[in-house]
Design a protein around this ligand. Structure first.
Ligand SMILES: [Cu+2]
Length: 95
């Protein structure tokens, strides 16, 4: 993961990864900037979703060993969940 930010280079955002493993989103809270890409990677043996409570985004089912990516375009705080497992919660914060 690229940790350095060029400050003004909005053209190529940073890519962040959220690992879904053992029924958890890791990290559970992730802060990114507009234009950054967030990739959810499912390392469990069964499908999960990353679904914004406000429907800002919805991965639909992410198969085992598959991933889904989303480019954050609007600032805000986006709680999300897995629609298949209601206890799985996370928050994406876009600055
Ligand atoms: Cu799930």
């Amino acid at each position: 993961m690229a940790m350095s930010r060029a400050g003004v280079s909005e053209a190529a955002g940073t890519t962040y990864q959220i690992v879904i493993e053992q029924m958890r989103f890791n990290p559970p809270v992730l802060t990114v900037h507009r234009g950054d890409r967030v990739v959810w990677v499912n390392k469990d043996m069964f499908p999960h979703t990353a679904t914004g409570m406000s429907k800002a985004f919805d991965s639909r089912e992410i198969a085992p060993n598959a991933s889904w990516s989303y480019v954050a375009r609007q600032t805000g705080s986006y709680p999300y969940m897995c629609t298949l497992h209601a206890t799985m919660r996370g928050t994406l914060i876009v600055q």
